[in-house]
Design a protein around this ligand. Structure first.
Ligand SMILES: Nc1ncnc2c1ncn2[C@@H]1O[C@H](COP(=O)(O)OP(=O)(O)O)[C@@H](O)[C@H]1O
Ligand SMILES: N[C@@H](CCOP(=O)(O)O)C(=O)O
Length: 291
């Protein structure tokens, strides 16, 4: 039996728009149950997600290996769809891995990263989903470069609103151009964030995570919980809250103790009706179990 596991990811970490991402210990798994007449996907996502060759996992597998014989796949996942935790990246990465495992000509991990980035459009979810941990990556002129940083000694408090927000819709809220001065400020904050993460200066990193200049201000109206959670955390002396990916999920990074206290406080706020998770970082990325 072949089982592929791909972690959820939280992209951007504030200023690292389209380039920084963190893998979280909440996996999607795909088990290959064997050949079949047609592609069949058993999954927990409801009627909106196809169960045949139109399923994103299968479509992605066939984009890499068009001649693959149909299979029965069983998918399990607690990653909510269209909430900013990289669900589409898990499907894309899992689909490429399915093709790679069944194909006689598997591609390398680097090519897998390039393919996954081409399909997703940006590398900040697919790179940590493949490599694990904290990854900084760039995709410019069809080239991907990805660098793994030390695994942060941090947990993630994850607040998932009940409403979906498609990444495509959330990107429509972004401006076409930024004033030069704003771009320089955003880039200097992002660069310093990367330096803080690379040198494991977590307290500076958590401060800079909140200083994005590229996207959060434009998306804030779509995600009122961001301001609420950030303000609640600040009142408790906790810094490190950002919009996860394109939202609407809000992540706060910090110690397990602080984040447990934060969640206890947030749960008293009746306007926050979504779901909570307290997750460690996933250090491994994609796993293929051939037992
Ligand atoms: N495991 C999956 N199987 C099939 N389709 C999926 C899966 N995960 C995500 N998708 C597709 O991707 C869409 C969400 O993608 P996106 O808007 O990028 O949100 P996210 O922030 O969760 O990645 C879903 O509405 C669904 O169409
Ligand atoms: N950098 C992207 C990240 C999208 O992540 P997702 O988890 O919402 O798909 C963006 O901010 O649009």
């Amino acid at each position: 039996m072949l089982k592929i596991s791909v972690p959820a990811t939280s992209a951007n970490l504030g200023p690292g728009f389209d380039s920084i991402g963190l893998a979280l210990a909440m996996p999607l798994t795909v088990t290959l149950l064997g050949p079949s007449q047609d592609w069949q996907v058993e999954h927990p996502f409801g009627a909106a997600v196809p169960t045949d060759e139109r399923n994103l996992i299968v479509k992605t597998a066939l984009s890499l290996a068009p001649d693959l014989a149909p299979q029965r796949l069983k998918v399990t996942s607690n990653i909510p769809l269209a909430r900013g935790l990289g669900s589409s990246s898990t499907a894309i990465v899992a689909g490429l891995a399915v093709a790679n495992e069944l194909s006689t000509k598997p591609i390398s991990k680097n090519d897998l990263l390039l393919r996954a980035t081409e399909l997703e459009g940006h590398p900040d979810n697919v790179a940590p989903a493949i490599l694990g941990g904290l990854v900084v990556a760039t995709y410019v002129d069809q080239n991907v470069q990805a660098v793994q940083l030390p695994i942060p000694e941090l947990f993630a408090s994850v607040y998932v609103p009940n409403e979906e927000l498609l990444t495509s819709a959330s990107r429509k809220a972004l401006p076409v151009q930024l004033p030069f001065k704003q771009a320089i400020a955003g880039s200097s904050i992002a660069n310093t964030l990367v330096a803080a993460l690379a040198t494991q200066n977590w307290s500076l990193a958590l401060t800079l995570v909140e200083q994005d200049r590229f996207h959060e201000q434009y998306r804030a109206k779509l995600v009122p919980a961001l301001a609420t959670i950030r303000a609640t955390a600040h009142a408790m002396g906790i810094v490190g809250t950002y919009l996860s990916g394109a939202g609407p999920t809000i992540v706060t990074l910090g110690t397990q103790v602080d984040l447990k206290n934060l969640q206890a406080k947030l749960k008293q706020n009746t306007s926050l009706t979504g779901q909570y998770h307290l997750l460690p970082v996933d250090a491994q990325g994609i796993k293929v179990d051939k037992s």
